[in-house]
Design a protein around this ligand. Structure first.
Ligand code: MG
Length: 264
């Protein structure tokens, strides 16, 4: 009687173990979304000081031929200097929407002026949305107007400005706003900014055009618009400007693969 009980117990334990193993195997079955993704392109990344292979180079240190209204900006030693007596903006000849943008700039080595009057320039996405460029090294101003700010909308998360004369990097990821056929905003713009490799704007929602004298507001505009570099009367230098247009990676649905997994 005792023997029979032990034998039943062993069989029961074995059965439970087998079920458990099956359960583990079932649980480990690979999930498949059914999405057959487009293969990510191979892109040669940037080495220090040079653009990645698929970038559109807007300034390579030699000339400003990719820009309008910058003929009188001085190109020298691989950099271009804003002409304080020139037009208010240098404007890219090509238009852009969603993009990854790299810009390097240096504030005037001899710091003159204070607040907004010291080393002021700016990178305007779509000719409307300014990432502030300013000498913010030991130079106080309103926080949403200091270097790395989205002008009058968001201060930078931290002040990582280098000394006047030192080169600084800006890496910007920008999502353009969307408007419907009637001009109504359907999706605001978003922006992420790294200054000198440090996050200063973390995917913030842009509230509209950035202006000195009025609140931000959206006005409908095309899907793409030129990039601008601001002349605010200070001889700020730029170099190594490149941009990558961003297009979402695509997929096709593989219904069979998707259903097979769903039925588990
Ligand atoms: Mg500015």
């Amino acid at each position: 009687m005792r023997l029979r009980t032990t034998s039943s117990a062993i069989r029961f334990t074995l059965a439970i173990s087998a079920l458990a193993i099956c359960g583990v195997v079932l649980a480990q079955r690979e999930y498949n979304s059914g999405k057959v993704w487009q293969e990510p392109k191979v892109v040669e990344p940037a080495s220090a000081g040079s653009p990645p292979a698929d970038a559109i180079v807007l300034f390579d240190g030699k000339d400003m031929s990719a820009w309008k209204d910058a003929d009188d900006w001085k190109v020298e030693d691989g950099a271009v200097t804003v002409n304080p007596r020139g037009k208010p903006y240098a404007e890219s000849k090509q238009s852009f929407g969603d993009c990854q943008l790299h810009v390097e700039c240096a504030e005037p080595e001899v710091a003159r002026g204070s607040g907004q009057g010291r080393g002021n320039s700016g990178v305007f996405l779509m000719s409307r949305y300014e990432v502030q460029v300013l000498d913010s090294y030991n130079n106080k101003t309103y926080f949403d107007g200091q270097c790395g700010a989205i002008y009058k909308q968001y201060p930078p998360l931290v002040n990582v400005s280098r000394k006047p004369g030192e080169w600084q990097t800006y890496d910007i990821i920008f999502e353009a706003p969307k408007f419907d056929f009637s001009g109504k905003l359907t999706k605001p713009a978003y922006i992420t900014v790294l200054q000198n490799g440090i996050l200063v704007q973390n995917h913030v929602e842009i509230l509209g055009s950035t202006a000195y004298d009025k609140p931000p507001a959206y006005e409908p505009h095309p899907d793409k618009a030129p990039l601008q570099l601001q002349n605010h009367g200070n001889p700020v230098k730029f170099r190594n400007i490149w941009i990558r247009e961003l297009t979402p990676i695509t997929f096709k649905m593989d219904e069979k693969s998707s259903q097979a997994t769903t039925q588990q």
